[in-house]
Write a protein that binds this ligand. Sequence first.
Ligand SMILES: Cc1cc2nc3c(=O)[nH]c(=O)nc-3n(C[C@H](O)[C@H](O)[C@H](O)COP(=O)(O)OP(=O)(O)OC[C@H]3O[C@@H](n4cnc5c(N)ncnc54)[C@H](O)[C@@H]3O)c2cc1C
Length: 667
Amino acid sequence: MKSFVTLLAFTSACLAAAVPGQSSANLFDKRAPTPDGCRALNTDQGWPSPAEWEAAMPGVLPRKIAKGGPARADYRYTVRSSEDVEKAVQFAAKHNIRLTMINTGHDYHGRNDAPSGLQIDTSQLRGVSVLSKFEPTKEGAPRVIGGKTVSKPRLVDGQQAAVTFGVGIVGSEVNRAIKDTGLFVVAGASPTVAIAAGWGQTAGHSIVSAHYGLGVDQFLEFKVVTADGKLKIANKVSNPDLFWALRGGGGVSWGVVTEVTYKAHPSPKVAWLSFTIDSATASLESFLGRKNGSEGLEDAVAYMTAEFPELVRQGAGGFFLPTGKGYFGACFSLMENATESHIRGTWEPILDKMATFPGMNKAQIGVRTFPNYAEFFTAVWPAIGQWTGGAGVGDGQLEMGKVNPMDRYGNLFDFGLKKDESTRPIYEYLSGLNQNTLHKRAEYANAPVPRQLSPQAGQPFTPYTQNGDYNMPMAGGKFPMDSRLLGEKHLTGMPNQPRDIKHTFATHFIVELISGGKAWQPDDDVSVLPAWRNTIAQAYTPYAPPQLSADILRKIAPETGAYANEAYFGAADWKTAFWGDNYPRLSQVKSKWDPEMLFWATPGVNADTMEVREGRVCKGRVPGRSTNRAGGVAPLTDNPNAIDAVANLLGIVGVGVPYTGQNLTRV
Ligand SMILES: Cc1cc2nc3c(=O)[nH]c(=O)nc-3n(C[C@H](O)[C@H](O)[C@H](O)COP(=O)(O)OP(=O)(O)OC[C@H]3O[C@@H](n4cnc5c(N)ncnc54)[C@H](O)[C@@H]3O)c2cc1C
């Protein structure tokens, strides 16, 4: 009997070996083969057995997918070293398996998960080391994954300090880890967005970008496992084409990044001013265009918008959004301008003038100043600081059922603002974590409502809760939004725009002053959308067509484009809109490093060489269709999960707009 089994195993192995890419295929496997040019599904002949998965990637987790719940990859592998990543990529390539990767789960396009295959979780690739200077070499900077080795190097004036850190470490963690060195790094506004994956590989805007540049401008080196399953060093002297592509070409497309070396700067002083300015005549009805009453507010906002270019030239920045009956702003100044008198002197005359428009009340203002970036960040985001190891609110407040956005985000807006029902929409909208969304997600996954957002306070941030569901409301699905980058003339021209444009801009868009200055004069050529180099503001709406789009802004700024991470996934002319003139070269680099499109993401470079057919990702019917067809949109993803954003929309305008996710009409 034993020899029969041995013979059977031997025969199977021989037969399997005869079918390239399908190690388990054999005569006894009656399942249908994978269609030509397509990725395998778990129902196909040759799909690896659970034992094969486990042997290749010890500890790999089969995903438990509730009946009727969201579609997820078949397996998730939490990698802890670059060798783990190599094994995972080699396994996926060998077995022709759909491969995705997740780092924090913030992606708005659902590119970090798929309904089949293997999801690599890179959140535990950690470790931080500070360098007093960096010289690119073929061998790369010393590795840091697996240890926290922050040192306090002797900094030399005029010498660029740097930090090497694992891709899984989120922005606030890096800054917290290095704060005793007096240095800081450019990171996203949200403390839980990571630097080195989707954020930094696509553009990476920050409240400090006008002073230090975008995220893409900070990278000195990447360590990345490419489609051949091998770790590569990408810097100025080693694989420079890959290095260029990784700085703007978008997450996923180039390989699995394991760690990076990144510029560090002396930490600046920060001043923060928040304001709300209400209109006595505006209402939700007027915001929705059903009644008059918000014209004064719209003109006041158009006036302020026209001032933005000059403010940015003076080093100011901020975030601005409609509240349902007025407008809210969070404004900041850095370095020598980070004083209460300077920031008040900058904004008060503008807010006073806004109060002179019909129906407008005087603004409420609050100001705080901070001696360095780390203190500013910890003060502004205390609750999330708790997630990532910093001082924060008590554990109890993070428990579901007790989370109150007013408490969690209190410090962000508390600087003189009243905290009552009138400002609740702002808190709820920005929290993105309101009860409805989380409860819906939990029901969807057929799992108990998570008690805590993170396994334990003080533990590293992970994309998962302890029951295995996602931490971030938008993780693993598509989130509706649309956006446009705006330059000087688009902003200064706002007061002269027709009423419908001023109305929509003032009542439905969030505006971020996150570029200018150093972001216009980078040290190096990178592959980011060139329009960033003339951008002053990004305006985005948490809706997607057909409910609402950024079309009014496309009309006034047809030549700019959009930040791929925060754009409508069905945007027209997507290659030009997201990468501009850099797209053709990005396409060539992608073809060289990943000819088989192992790392497929949409929108993403060369995404349109593949398409989804009956739930699987396949080579496109028109081979090499990598043209920028007029009006073309990126192929639809195979990830069918859509985020129910109605709760957030309720927060901003008080009226939910139906969002069906899958049935979106494409522009
Ligand atoms: C609350 C919130 C706040 C935000 N704030 C900002 C902001 O201030 N500035 C800004 O510019 N953007 C911001 N964004 C957008 C953000 O840049 C994108 O969502 C970005 O994709 C997040 O990257 P991530 O690695 O943290 O998330 P993930 O969802 O984990 O990954 C993003 C993408 O990178 C890929 N990826 C994951 N791991 C790796 C890896 N190891 N190697 C290569 N690719 C990988 C994923 O497959 C996915 O496509 C924000 C988003 C949210 C939800």
